[in-house]
Design a protein around this ligand. Structure first.
Ligand code: AMP
Ligand code: ZN
Length: 462
């Protein structure tokens, strides 16, 4: 079945035509490891995980590469300000190396919590200094670079289609944005190599043909993507904020160096908003998976919330929506338990499972229309037209661990809990509502969830 994806580069939906049959090379820009990832960053990684799962569902072998930015990302994307790693190091009293190690580990735990499958190749910027220097030398030889007092820069005026990803040529260049040009020739020129400050020793610095210093932020992705995936490769992803600067500059330097496109498809996930603002690591609206856990919300409930909005639409975060997602996911698990194990018997009103499977694949192949795929699943569940077997197959895309939830062995309840439940049942029979409420609170304090329906009360470990 064909796959259609929105390509930021052409600004339209295109049919996916892989470079190699049955294989996809996928590069996703990874985290800058100076702090925890917030749930906005994680929205982008969930989108990329869905993309990868969809490709695998369609029997592609995906070579997924993700970088770890552990040097060179400055507080200002236009190459000014401090290095985020050095700043984080001062904040936490750890070395920049320890900081990178710590937050890389925490990031991988976040991925695990969200059931995001790991890339085939992880690559750290600091492990690829040689490759980055090699690429800068190549650009220098071809006449695309110049030196200023603080580094080696890429001359964007030398490239005729600079800015094509963001359509910068047709816009008044990031109009109204004040860019500190310094010694740069053009506002859009960007650093390939920055010199260490004269009077200060940086924790992370290397020798280079131009002087001691460190690589610019964009060069790492170009160097590592080409090393592991060749050039061109199939798909390059990131969040929408990467379009005007980071990805624009990756394209400029890679295409200038090798005279071929860097990637054929560029895909971008929209923002998670907090109120009207983008959730940002530097802002106060910083929520991590740890915050969710403290509030008793599971990471998979957050994943379920994300599945309900298309990756190209902004999503405004709210605690109410998250709570509703937690309830929705629980409802999905309970509904899944009641489905037949294998193909359900057909009747005239239900759709055939084969049609449902076909429709499901069409939706996910249609630029990852997961929200529609989800409503298709709910419809099928309501009609009892879907088996557990098929739902588990669909969950290869959703990643909600439905199989585990259905097959979870319920631990027997401890004696003290059984006694509290009995007392509460008695109170309810006697219509002693205060007493029954009191006993519910006691059970909840002991981490047990109490749910009353018309006919029964269920008590489960939280
Ligand atoms: P960083 O660690 O800052 O380099 O960002 C990691 C990823 O998160 C990048 O792909 C960003 O585009 C993405 N990102 C940053 N903020 C948000 C947000 N509020 N919503 C969704 N994605 C974001
Ligand atoms: Zn990148």
């Amino acid at each position: 079945m064909s796959i259609y994806l929105y390509n930021t580069l052409s600004r339209r939906i295109e049919e996916l035509k892989p470079i190699k049959k049955h294989k996809i090379g996928l590069y996703t820009c990874g985290p800058t490891v100076y702090n925890y990832a917030h749930i906005g960053n994680l929205r982008t990684y969930v989108f990329e995980d869905l993309l990868k799962r969809m490709l695998e569902y369609n029997s592609y072998k995906v070579k997924h590469v993700m970088n770890i930015t552990d040097v060179g990302h400055l507080t200002d994307d236009a190459d000014a300000g401090e290095d985020k790693m050095e700043k984080g190091s001062a904040r936490e009293g750890k070395t920049a190396w320890e900081l990178a190690e710590f937050y890389t580990h925490e990031f991988r735990l976040d991925l695990e919590q969200l059931n995001i499958s790991e890339p085939v190749i992880w690559c750290r910027a600091t492990d690829h200094i040689k490759e980055q220097i090699h690429l800068i030398k190549k650009l220098e030889k071809k006449g695309f670079t110049y030196a200023t007092s603080d580094g080696i820069y890429f001359d964007t005026k030398k490239l005729k289609d600079y800015g094509k990803l963001a359509n910068l040529q047709n816009q008044e260049l990031r109009a109204g944005v004040r860019v500190d040009v310094g010694d740069k020739k053009n506002t859009t020129d960007f650093a390939l190599w920055k010199f260490s400050p004269k009077l200060q020793k940086r924790q992370m610095e290397w020798k280079s043909p131009w002087g001691v210093g460190f690589p610019g932020w964009h060069i790492e992705c170009s160097a590592m993507a080409t090393k592991y995936l060749n050039q061109p490769f199939d798909i390059h992803c990131g969040g929408v904020d990467h379009i005007p600067v980071h990805h624009t500059n990756e394209i400029a330097q890679s295409e200038a160096a090798y005279d071929t496109p860097l990637a054929n498809y560029w895909m971008h996930g929209e923002f998670l908003l907090m109120g009207s603002d983008k959730m940002a690591k530097s802002g106060e609206n910083f929520v991590t998976l740890r915050t969710l856990k403290e509030k008793g919300v599971s990471s998979l409930a957050y994943r379920y919330l994300l599945l309900q909005t298309h990756y190209r639409k902004q999503l405004t975060f709210s605690w109410d929506a998250l709570q509703a997602a937690q309830n929705g996911l629980e409802h999905l698990y309970q509904s899944a338990k009641k489905l037949p194990r294998e193909k359900p018997a057909m009747n005239t009103t239900t759709e055939s499972e084969d049609k449902i499977k076909n429709d499901f694949q069409k939706k996910i192949n249609d630029d990852l229309d997961i929200p529609s795929a989800l409503s298709l699943i709910w419809n099928a569940i309501k009609q009892n037209a879907i088996s557990q077997e098929t739902l588990f197959k669909f969950d290869k895309i959703l990643g909600l661990k439905i199989y585990e939830a259905v097959n979870k062995k319920e631990e027997p309840l401890p004696e003290n809990i059984k006694i509290l439940i009995m007392q509460r049942n008695e109170a309810r029979i006697n219509k002693e509502w205060d007493k029954s409420d009191q006993l519910r609170k006691e059970l909840e304090k002991l981490e047990y969830k109490v749910e009353d329906t018309k006919n029964e009360t269920t008590v489960t470990k939280k």
